[in-house]
Design a binder for this molecule. Sequence first.
Ligand SMILES: [Zn+2]
Length: 259
Amino acid sequence: MITFRITLLGNLKQKLDRKELLKHDSKIFRISGFSEILNIPPSRLDHGTLDNVYDPNDFLEIVTPSETGEIVIGIMNYKFSDNFYMHRINTNVGIISLYEIDFTLLNAGISIERFILKCIYEIATYIEVYGTMNSDQIYELHHRDTRGCLFDLNGDQKDVVYNTDEPIICNECLGKIAARQTKEGFISTLQHELKKLKRPFFLRVESWIKSHPFMAIAISIAMGIATNIIYDIGKLTAIKIYHIRYPEQQQCIPKKFPQ
Ligand SMILES: [Zn+2]
């Protein structure tokens, strides 16, 4: 099993649910714990704005690889110079930038923790399939078109919502992974676990209502009618039972059954 350690870089705007990450149930990886670098050096890039914008290579000096062989995943709010949200720095350090992508995710009802787990599944798959996350071979899994697949390139960062909520492995990527040597059952385990990366039920219902407003109104009306019918049937049945049990008191039954 691959072990990851999450390192918080600088001050995160978002309060992470560490328990959710630590307790994530996976047969592919586990998260061993958290560490932090409170003060990261200012960016050396001169990009003419007040934001800290980093070159991925800056983190070669900032984040120290784990001595115990864990894969270190740095999480930061700062922007990468190429606007990507994840970079593999070397064989055991990856950095995730939440810059602006946090708004995209939270507006779609997707938690930052789910996004981090999605990124970790991506890196874990590289390691399982290619033996390392720092090989150029991994690019064969990437595709520019958005399919809701774990390996969508997400050139437009807004597309990240499509492959963070219940991501899939598309047929093309499945074929490429299946052509490599992996642990027995790896693909089915990965697919099974990715299905669990979905928004809470009420948020999915809310999204469905937003995208099908007329259908939602029709269902609401139908449910209201059905509820009334069920109520009336129940009321009549109760009166009938009362009549059968107490035939002598039929005259005493109030016209209006108690509500
Ligand atoms: Zn794919």
